[in-house]
Design a protein around this ligand. Sequence first.
Ligand code: VG1
Ligand code: CO
Length: 541
Amino acid sequence: MTTIKTTPFEGQKPGTSGLRKKTKVFMQAHFLENFVQATFDAVGGVHDKTLVLGGDGRYFGKQAAQTILRMAAANGAQRVIVGQGAWLSTPAASNLIRTRQTNGGIILSASHNPGGVDEDFGVKYNAENGGPAPERITNAIFEITKTISEYKILECEAPDLAETGETMLGDMVVEVIDPVVAYADMMEDIFDFDALRSLFANGFRMRMDSMCAITGPYAVEIFENRLRAPRGTVSHEVPLEDFGGMHPDPNPTWAHELMAELMGENAPDFGAASDGDGDRNMILGPHTYVSPSDSLAVIAANAKLVPAYQSGLKGVARSMPTSAAVDRVAESLGLDCFETPTGWKFFGNLMDAGRVSLCGEESFGTGSDHVREKDGLWAVLMWLNIIAGRGQGVAEIMSDHFKRFGRNYYSRHDYEALPIEQAEAMLGDLRGRLKDLPGMVVEDLMVANADEFSYTDPVDQSVAEGQGFRILFTGGSRVVLRLSGTGTEGATLRIYLERYVPGPDGLTEDPQDALAPIIRATEEIVGVKARTGRIGPDVIT
Ligand code: VG1
Ligand code: CO
């Protein structure tokens, strides 16, 4: 074992999903090592502990895994369970941490950010409940990175991770496992696989776009092997180090091939995509796009059709910027509904305490208490099970839902790579004007209330402040503004727009049209285009 002297690095606070940086930054001498040692130290060391390790297959992932194995061994870990080829989707890693009762795990991914030597890499630590590290751990990691002076590593070759089985690395067991089997088995326990097999046997056509990222092997095993959907149902099914140049972010902009297929002639009955590390999902029907907020609401309303949720949900939760569509379902079903800050870690406490079983975010994230991360393929299977149970297609399910609950027209506008100072000044200025906004009339809208969201965790009473600006208009429309915590270039401003229209009529308008007055009012109040000189958002979802 060698102890290598090092210098503190210009760390950044790990955000809601660990540390994300350009790959070349992680590849600098000692950078990855410093961050990993800081992580080990922040959790009280890894002596005698068991960890899970794997990632989304992106460039540098396997090399990073080998370095981490050598460090874990030098730090006295007892065992590391690692996916073959260093592959594990985020939800599969969460499942392994839980079912193998390990002390935690390290996931190598920058999620939906592009991969490759000139793109992004990321490292995140998940705690023993299988969920993203809570703030107390990420804060400790950050503090340690500022003073770290050495790290421990074994000077030896690490296993190549090509074959499953156990080998020794120093005194530590390296257990290489098939990354897919345990996850696919869990899905078989949750869903009615017989009903889904009949769906496919009766000619139901699906397209699953894995976007050259980690869900490919999982999707092939689940949909094609176990559910016997035709070969070729899963496209871009081989994980590639640069995701084949794709941007594995399942939204209409980046999953444009899938969009074109589902919006075109001879569209299949169902379409879905997932992101780099497999925790996000997008749901489509022929000529139908399901917004993530609506997807959460539909899943909540129909969960009882799925065996694992037959006896009902414990409660539901959504992040604050997510639309209130699920709130209406919760109200009608008599369920508790929690509103949390952005980021999956806030759901963990609620799930651990047995208060909620279903959670979702507007950013294409949906999941349940089967793991402690959002889960892309789980959401796709929820939809398939609901389609099979109701005997309806996606468009019919949506229109029935809107008739019953009304529709929360919703859209998110992202302005990417803004100069950080400019973005911060704009929101700082808004913060100063919040108290003057109520009563202001713009367009035909009057501001009813404006504040900055702060959250007190109902389980441990911890407080998270500064979680986004909310401007509420009379009549229930609203706009939320916040800066991204996961971008790696400049600042990304996210503007979340929402307007509720009760059913049963008038619910087929294009969301951008339905939201046009709120979009104009936001520009008048905040002046995003005026202050940034941009002509419009970079990404609209
Ligand atoms: C984004 C999303 C947020 C999500 C986070 C991690 O964060 O908006 O809802 O929890 O990504 O998702 P931000 O701070 O950039 O808005 V993932 O799939 O990247 O782990
Ligand atoms: Co992700």
